[in-house]
Design a protein around this ligand. Structure first.
Ligand SMILES: C[S@@+](CC[C@H](N)C(=O)[O-])C[C@H]1O[C@@H](n2cnc3c(N)ncnc32)[C@H](O)[C@@H]1O
Length: 242
């Protein structure tokens, strides 16, 4: 548990109880990913932010508390009631609204948001060519889009197959894991956004391993140990709507 408090690297996240965060676990270190991603964004008090694929809501709590933004927490697997209870308990229910929504059928007005943030969720719904053009309609002109997703140092297509140590744990789904360069091209080719940052998270592989050990996710620990940081990490990509 102590490994999850790292004020040197993640000062804001370190103020959150790791037991609370693990209780909401749906994937590796969402607050670290968001804290790092936010360095590439300009989130200001009062902005209206969509947290897309918000899961049980830890990142939405963080957005409301750390940046003073109004959050709509949209998720498909987790019902609005379950997430709302997390927001009430965290004292942010006045600033965070939970909505059950599928990412391709979002129940919002066009240009409703100043920013859209998505942590460890885009790999499930956001790799199709038409997805970015669909999503940006919900951003105002000049609005920001920031996303963190499992990433690779090389494209699986270039490797010719899903490497065995990844395939054993994730199967074919790893073909949705891409390099920062892949995402940059995928988004910029639309001319609908300008990509402002596209990077593999520094120490992303190590962070993922620390989290997986803390939550006792043995198959993932084995995958990451076999990988040794050669291929796996997290891609962070940010853009503004043209
Ligand atoms: C690995 S969890 C991460 C949750 C949260 N962002 C976190 O980091 O703790 C992936 C999330 O993506 C959401 N998701 C997957 N497919 C989705 C879809 N088609 N539409 C909306 N959300 C989706 C799931 O409901 C799930 O909560």
């Amino acid at each position: 548990m102590d490994d999850l408090v790292r004020p040197d690297r993640y000062p804001r996240s370190s103020a959150y109880d790791p037991a609370w965060l693990i209780g909401l676990d749906m994937g590796p270190n969402p607050l670290w990913l968001l804290e790092d991603l936010a360095a590439d964004l300009d989130l200001r008090p009062g902005m209206r932010v969509l947290d897309l694929g918000s899961g049980k809501g830890a990142t939405s709590v963080f957005l409301a508390r750390e940046f003073g933004v109004e959050v709509v927490a949209a998720d498909w697997w987790i019902g609005a009631e379950e997430a709302s209870a997390v927001f009430r308990e965290a004292g942010v229910a006045d600033r965070v609204t939970a909505v059950r929504a599928e990412a391709h059928q979002l129940p919002f007005e066009e240009e409703a948001f100043d920013a859209i943030v998505s942590i460890d969720a885009f790999e499930y719904f956001g790799t199709a060519d038409g997805y970015l053009p669909y999503l940006v309609r919900f951003l105002r002109p000049g609005g920001q889009l920031g996303m963190a997703t499992p990433g690779m140092t090389q494209e699986i297509r270039a490797l010719g197959a899903v490497p065995p140590h990844i395939r054993e744990v994730v199967g074919w789904e790893a073909i949705a894991w891409h390099t920062p360069e892949w995402w940059r091209f995928q988004w910029e080719i639309t001319e609908l956004v300008t990509v402002t940052a596209a990077r593999l998270q520094e120490q992303g592989w190590r962070d993922w391993l620390l989290w997986s050990r803390a939550v006792g996710s043995d198959p993932v620990v084995t995958m990451l140990e076999k990988d040794g940081g050669e291929l796996l990490g997290f891609t962070l990509i940010s853009a503004t709507k043209s």
